[in-house]
Structures are given as C-alpha cells and as structure tokens.
Design a protein around this ligand. Structure first.
Ligand code: GLP
Length: 232
C-alpha cells in the first residue's frame, strides 16, 4: 500500500484527483467506482474544475456506485443524489454510462444479481475510490465474522446509521446495498481517501498490516495497487 499523509483535505484531494486524472487520460473509457460521503467530496470538485478546463474529459468514463442506502423516504441523502450532484452533472457523464443501483427495487436480492451481472459485463472496476468508515468499513461491508464477496444487502452498523449523509432523514435506514469485498479487491487500482474525525483507530488497524474481518479495510493490504491518502 502506498501511503501518503497530508496536512489538509485540499492537498489530499488534489493529489487524489491527479491520480484519477492520470488514469482517465490513459484509459478514457475506464470503469470508475465512486464512494460517496465527505472524504471524496473535494476530490470530485477538483475533477469538475478539470472538466471545465478540458471539456469531454470524462465523456466516455463509466460510473458504478459503491453503495446505496435502502429505505430512505425521499431521494435526499441517497448515494444516487450525491453522485448526480457531485459526479454525473459536473463531469458531464452521459446517463447511459451510469450503472446506478435501484434502491426502490421490489426485489432487492434480484437487484443485487443485476448489479453483479453488470459488473461481470462491464468490469472489473478500473479505479475504485473508497472512503474509510469509522469502524473500518468499506462501502457497507461492515465488521463481521464473515464478509460477503459480492453485491449484497447489508445490515448497517450504528456508525453507518449516524453518517452525515442521512443526518436529516426522519427514520434511519437499517439496510444498504453494497458491492462486496471481492468486487472491491478485484479493482485494478484503489484510491482510499481518509479524512474526518474519529478515524484514528480504523486508520491504525488499516496500516498495521494485520488482516481481520472486524476491520474490513484491513483487507486492502492484500491488494498490490492501493494509494492511501490520509489527512492528519
Ligand atoms: C459511509 C459510506 C461509505 C463512505 C464511508 C465514509 O457509511 N457507506 O461509502 O465511504 O461511510 O464516509 P465519510 O467519507 O463521510 O467519512
């Protein structure tokens, strides 16, 4: 794992954006998996600025979300709304290049199957942008005895239910859709951006090199192309 420290989120995001831009320039059709949340927000803003300088930079890029909340009463706070606002519209990504999850699907198990087929057809992921959960989760792969390899319906930890994206929702979701650990680890390149309070313990676990399911992010040490960018 290539680990770099930054004194602020601006510098970290600039560096992460440079990595994404290099990959997009090398492969303009790449499949980009995008985490939501606070950590990558500035990174997406910088990509949007680049896109304003060089129109159509992202025109052929394909986007797959990392995860999605289940059971939100309105689109507010959803990963789809975030991706639309911070990625699809500012980067001018055609809607047919977006492989969003249907959080309202009547049969969510079938939706997981659909996403898995899609990943089989379009994948593997070329670049996967990840954030780190306070409890060491990746997407909604929460600490557990057994981690799921593929897209599944996850039971959310109390930490996930406290996440700022859903702070204004009247009732907290208890479940989420997420790509699985094997889907994430099959990505050719992973960019993990770590910022925000309360992540010290999870970061220590991640960097210790010890792998265990009670810190899903620790599995990233098994991958040979991870850039980990940390604000400290
Ligand atoms: C959330 C999301 C993840 C996100 C992570 C960190 O629960 N499910 O996709 O990457 O937690 O979020 P943040 O960057 O806001 O700390």
């Amino acid at each position: 794992m290539n680990v770099n420290y930054f004194s602020n989120a601006e510098a970290m995001s600039r560096s992460a954006a440079d990595i994404v831009l290099e990959e997009v320039r090398r492969n303009p059709e790449l499949l980009l998996c995008t985490a939501t949340g606070s950590s990558p927000k500035k990174l997406y803003q910088i990509l949007a600025e680049e896109n304003r300088q060089q129109m159509s930079l992202f025109q052929k890029v394909r986007i797959i979300p990392l995860d999605e909340w289940i059971g939100l009463p309105t689109p507010e706070g959803s990963c789809h709304t975030y991706i639309d606002e911070h990625i699809l519209r500012p980067l001018q990504i055609p809607i047919e290049h977006y492989f969003g999850f249907n959080r309202d699907a009547a049969q969510l198990e079938k939706e997981c199957g659909r996403i898995q087929e899609l990943l089989h057809r379009e994948g593997p992921i070329d670049v996967c942008i990840l954030g780190l959960g306070k409890n060491g989760h990746l997407g909604f792969n929460e600490p557990a005895d057994v981690l799921q390899p593929h897209c599944h319906i996850a039971s959310l930890s109390p930490q996930s239910q406290e996440h700022s994206m859903i702070e204004n929702t009247p009732s907290k979701p208890t479940k989420g859709l997420t790509l699985g650990m094997q889907d994430i680890l099959a990505a050719k390149k992973i960019i993990l951006v770590v910022s925000g309070e309360g992540k010290e313990k999870a970061t220590q676990r991640l960097l210790s090199g010890d792998i265990s399911n009670d810190c899903p992010a620790s599995w990233l040490s098994k991958h040979d192309n991870v850039d980990c960018l940390i604000v400290n």
